[in-house]
Design a protein around this ligand. Structure first.
Ligand code: FAD
Ligand code: UQ1
Length: 424
């Protein structure tokens, strides 16, 4: 069969940024990108669609248009991996061979994980910014709640992509209601399966100030389990401090759901998965821990960073550099520091730009942009610059502010893996 230098699984943020970065470094490399969808989505824009700032069309591009020039687009889905044969199995049973494999198929939204949710999504006041089709309905609902009522915003257990997105939806809704003078008539509650508002504590005080400003209620360790759309009721499992579990019921006029998430099934049930189902990579080199010629990045990989496009912006050049090292029979030397970023839209026009790496270490890009204090500058970055940074720089392999850190010597254990990568 056909053997490519590099096969990339997924034409999302991670797959396209890595393919483009590889071609920038080595034009002419034989790359196949396997991606079944006709459209590529700028998912970070969906929060602003739900907030009435972007139109959903702004967040969609034809896949053919964003696919890097010079790669072969294989328009089908991957069904499985055969790493011992250096092959991926396609949906129709065909196989595609590779010298190196890059896996970036994103995260699976598990709508079925909440009883009754799928049936009512998009009606009965139930919405989610996590879907292209649904984000405009969020804004519709926000505008329609003038007469008062109860709005619930939910967050499932970690990990999820863009961990700030569930509360961003709430702040933008509250900001609209406040400006319209209708906020006092609306009971707003944020119900999260987590024990804290945001995982990196430095950003919490600013968020709490907005929780107080808007008068929203917070419920921690409270996990959405079931929805009855027509009855406008939701049920949550609440874990008490003593470990005891109870069920609480809430009625609602508007319900914004962030669905539970997990590794895609074809990854979860493959030899590439760790115990939790993610592509098991070293957190710094992003090289698979068992298969030296396989790399993972983005939402589907096991690295314990914040699952964001911002993380992918830094991961892609690391993966590209290390893939080329493996193709050359060398050890991977590029290192990812765990960078991720979450633009916390606390009001229309202001963002607290969370930027942090492994261990919650703050990693601000610009010394003059203190992410712990929401600013207009950070909002302008998100609204006016980031779509361009994403499409024109990141997806085209221009590594503005994202060049990888190189170690003079490779981490020891990976040398052996580099050496055995092409053993038949
Ligand atoms: P994706 O970009 O999701 O791409 C995965 C691709 O793989 C898709 O094209 C899919 O069709 C394809 N695929 C799936 N299965 C298969 C298969 N079997 N075979 C082949 N291809 C397959 N990030 C930020 O940095 N800032 C933000 O403000 C931000 N806000 C967000 C708000 C929302 C509402 C959401 C949903 C996400 C947000 N993100 C944000 C997160 C960001 O979009 C993701 O972290 C990023 O897209 C991850 O890239 P990825 O390549 O891992 O996955
Ligand atoms: C970012 O780099 C990025 O990816 C391109 C995002 O997704 C669109 C983001 O939301 C953010 C906040 C960043 C961080 C970017 C800079 C320039 C600080």
């Amino acid at each position: 069969g056909v053997v490519f230098d590099v096969v990339v699984v997924g034409g999302g943020a991670g797959g396209l940024a890595t393919a483009a970065s590889l071609l920038k470094r080595r034009p002419g490399l034989g790359i196949a990108v396997i991606e079944p969808r006709e459209a590529h989505y700028y998912q970070p824009g969906w929060t602003l669609v739900g907030g009435g700032v972007f139109r959903r069309a702004d967040t969609e591009r034809p896949m053919a248009q964003v696919m890097p020039k010079g790669v072969k687009w294989v328009k089908t889905a991957v069904a499985g991996f055969e790493p011992e044969h250096n092959q991926v199995v396609l949906e129709d049973g065909e196989r595609l061979g590779y010298r190196c494999l890059v896996v970036s198929p994103g995260i699976e939204l598990n709508w079925a994980g909440v009883e009754g949710l799928r049936e009512t999504l998009g009606k009965n006041g139930v919405t989610s910014n996590y879907l292209f089709e649904m984000a405009p309905y969020t804004w519709e609902l926000v505008q329609s709640l003038r007469g008062g009522g109860r709005a619930l915003f939910t967050q499932p257990p970690m990990p999820i992509k863009c961990a700030g997105a569930p509360q961003k939806a709430m702040y933008l809704a509250c900001d609209h209601w406040l400006r319209r003078g209708v906020l006092p008539g609306i009971e707003v509650e944020f119900l999260t399966a987590g024990a804290v508002l945001f995982g990196v504590k430095d950003y919490v005080p600013a968020l709490m100030a907005y929780v107080e400003k808007y008068g929203t209620k917070l419920a921690f360790t409270t996990n959405l389990k079931a929805v009855d759309g027509p009855a406008r009721k939701a049920w949550f499992e609440v874990k008490g401090a003593d470990g005891a579990v109870s069920i609480v019921e809430r009625s609602f006029d508007m319900l914004h759901v962030c669905p539970p998430q997990r590794a895609p099934r074809f990854v979860r049930e493959s030899p590439l998965a760790d115990a939790a189902g993610w592509v098991e990579v070293g957190p710094e080199t992003l090289q698979h821990v068992r298969f030296g010629n396989i790399f993972g990045l983005g939402d589907a990989c096991s690295a314990p960073n914040a699952k964001t496009a911002a993380a992918v912006r830094k991961q892609a050049p690391v993966v590209a550099t290390n893939v080329l090292a493996i193709l050359d029979g060398e050890a991977p030397r590029a290192i990812y520091d765990g960078y991720g970023s979450c633009p916390l839209t606390v009001e229309r026009g202001k963002i607290g730009l969370a930027e942090f790496g492994y261990g919650g270490k703050l990693l601000p890009t610009f010394p003059f942009l203190d992410g712990t204090r929401p600013s207009r500058l950070a909002w302008l970055l998100k609204e006016k610059l980031l779509p361009t940074i994403y499409f024109e720089l990141m997806l085209k392999g221009h590594e503005w502010l994202a060049g990888p850190q190189l170690l003079p010597h490779a981490p020891g254990t990976h040398e052996a893996q580099a050496a055995c990568a092409f053993d038949p």
